[in-house]
Write a protein that binds this ligand. Structure first.
Ligand code: NAD
Ligand code: ZN
Length: 348
């Protein structure tokens, strides 16, 4: 089968033939239809310091996908060929205390698809049945392909009660823009987004953000003054990974307010802990998705009319991966989706 593989310790990926993955009793074999390119894949493509420290080569890349089941293992009861599926890309150990307590998002032995084990940028993948999510009938393939970052946004937004609240989001990348959409859907009274990239600010507005502000020193303070708000935001999400943005988030949340941290700064960032303490701020780390609560919430949000489609700005066939990665690395893109094959239409 064809796959996009990091074969050598250098920039780029190779579109090569590799053997189809083997299959166990508890696994399903999936034909990949669409995949999304994540920032993680761009780091691996570039072969930056994080990728060099983290990956063992060769490695099939990718973790955002939708596919069609083609085979189920003898020990798999509830799934069948023809079903349109995604998967939780953090493969959990099922043995640690958190897994056994049903908190699989806190698993201590989690392995990332396309990072610690071979990923989904391939014609076929096999995955444990316990990690599979079956999509609602009629879902758009593009939207199903981006359930992973959509899930990050839903996990973040649903960590807090946003109804009637004022919300700041620093970073209007795919996750920040989707969080704005979910926050509006959940009834937030005011959703403001910052970014240094005008294209992405526009995208966040298309997805529902009420205010989109170019990030610059003093910009959030000016927005608060313009809006006549003499307090900070009730809830602030850091979704850029930029240290200056993290500072903006922490300093513009209201007294007694809540901060959701999802962005990953490349280095440790100092913070004014005394200020956070005296203002009684709650800081909540957010990673991945809740398995599978977040997935159920995504299904309901789509059914209720939330539409992430405007976020998908580029589509390429898998063999045009160079063009696709160039688009994903460049500023004027939301999500970039690769096509691997079409559904057979086999009834599930
Ligand atoms: P992305 O890199 O596409 O988006 C980040 C955005 O932040 C970009 O649009 C960038 O222009 C903007 N930005 C840069 N400097 C800024 C500043 N000073 N102020 C405001 N915005 C600024 O990333 P993404 O895929 O949307 O992910 C967002 C963040 O979340 C990244 O840091 C990523 O590493 C992290 N992440 C965390 C998890 C998790 O589970 N915790 C999962 C996925 C991604
Ligand atoms: Zn575990």
């Amino acid at each position: 089968m064809k796959a996009l593989v990091k074969t050598t310790a250098a920039a780029g990926l190779s579109y090569v033939d590799i053997p189809e993955p083997s299959m166990g009793r508890e696994d399903v074999r999936i034909r990949v239809l669409r995949t999304g390119i994540c920032g993680t894949d761009v780091h691996i493509h570039r072969w930056d310091g994080w990728a060099q420290r983290t990956l063992t080569l060769p490695r099939v890349v990718g973790h955002e996908f939708v596919g069609e089941i083609v085979e189920v293992g003898a020990g798999v009861g509830a799934l069948r060929p023809g079903q349109l599926v995604g998967a939780e890309a953090h493969l959990t150990c099922e043995r640690c205390a958190h897994c056994r307590a049903g908190a699989r998002h806190l698993c201590t032995g989690t392995q990332g698809l396309g990072v610690q084990r071979d990923g989904v940028f391939a014609e076929f993948i096999t995955l444990p049945a316990r990690s599979i999510w079956v999509h609602a009938p009629g879902i758009s393939l593009d939207v199903a392909a981006i359930f992973d970052p959509f899930g990050n946004a839903v996990h973040a937004a649903d960590t807090f009660d946003l109804g009637g609240r004022t919300v700041l989001i620093t970073g209007a990348g795919p996750i920040g823009a989707l969080t704005a959409a979910v926050a509006v859907h959940r009834g937030a009274r005011l959703v403001a987004v910052t970014d240094v990239n005008p294209f992405r600010l526009k995208l966040a507005q298309t997805l529902g953000a009420h205010h989109a502000v170019e990030a610059a020193p003093g910009a959030v303070s000016r927005l608060l003054a313009d809006l006549g708000m003499d307090t900070g935001f009730d809830v602030a999400f850091e979704m850029s990974g930029n240290p200056q943005a993290l500072h903006e988030t922490l300093s513009h949340v209201d007294r007694g307010g809540h901060v959701g941290l999802l962005g990953l700064p490349p280095e440790p960032v100092p913070a004014d802990w005394a200020d956070l303490s005296l203002r009684m701020i709650t800081v909540h780390g957010i990673s991945g998705r809740r398995v599978f609560d977040t997935w159920h919430s995504m299904r309901e949000l789509l059914r209720d009319g939330l539409d992430p489609q405007p976020l998908i700005t580029h589509r390429f066939p898998a063999d045009e991966h160079d063009e696709a990665f160039a688009a994903a690395a460049e500023g004027s893109a939301g999500k970039v989706v690769l096509t691997w094959s079409e559904p057979t239409g086999a009834t599930a």
